[in-house]
Write a protein that binds this ligand. Structure first.
Ligand code: E4P
Length: 218
């Protein structure tokens, strides 16, 4: 499973990339707003830090404007994935971009049928939002399961399932068990995957014994 980080915070991205933990980055208009800088500058900086796909989302809602914005974003770097919303215009733009050989991430997916249409439109990634479904008492993980079954039924589909709106370590584990191709995770969730109290306790005990042993490896 590939790991993307869901942020436009370049300091966080730099640190996680240097640790070798990142296969890509996802952003959205809300995350760009938090970064407080022009989208083209932020995306260019992220693309310098990470060689894998970097999703940059269009803000237009009609097909022609989506094409203009998407092409401008794609010009920033070869690893930009143009992010479009799951609407009729978004799917139409996805097909055009895919025919031009561009990478597209179709976002705001909340049903298996939407994911089916994104695959038909040639998306490189479909982003089902787990947390936002859980927020309204639906089962986000069930959606990942359904999409996995559907995509596996049609080996000609090349769309990767990018589990998004991930809020907890459990979301990551379950998405991996189901076989999501990619998970995009906020930095704090990614860092929390490393932690286990027994790891900390065990390390403390080993270090105490090593001190008593009075040895040195070097
Ligand atoms: C995915 O690409 C989105 O940016 C993101 O996962 C949305 O997550 P949220 O529901 O926590 O805002």
């Amino acid at each position: 499973m590939k790991f993307f980080v869901d942020t436009a915070d370049t300091a966080e991205i730099r640190e996680l990339a240097e640790a070798g933990l990142l296969d890509g980055v996802t952003t959205n208009p809300s995350l760009i707003m938090k970064a407080g800088r022009p989208i083209t500058d932020v995306i260019a900086e992220i693309c310098d830090l990470v060689s894998g796909p970097v999703s940059a989302e269009v803000a237009a809602t009609d097909y022609d404007s989506m094409l203009k914005e998407g092409r401008k974003l794609a010009e920033i770097a070869d690893n930009v994935a143009i992010k479009v919303p799951l609407t009729l215009d978004g799917l139409k733009a996805c097909r055009t971009f895919a025919d031009e050989g561009r990478m597209v991430n179709v976002t705001l997916c909340f049903s298996a049928n939407q994911a089916l249409l994104a695959a038909k439109a040639g998306a490189a990634f479909i982003s089902p939002f787990i947390g936002r479904l859980d927020d309204i008492n639906l089962d986000g993980m069930e959606l990942i399961e359904e999409i996995r079954i559907i995509y596996d039924n049609y080996p000609n589909f090349e769309t990767e399932i990018l589990a998004a709106s991930v809020r907890t370590p459990n979301h990551v584990k379950q998405a991996a068990m189901i076989g999501a191709d990619v998970v995009t995770v906020p930095p704090q969730v990614l860092r929390s995957l490393i932690k286990h109290p027994l790891t900390d306790k065990g390390l403390e005990a080993f270090l105490a014994d090593w001190k008593k042993a009075g040895q040195s490896i070097l």
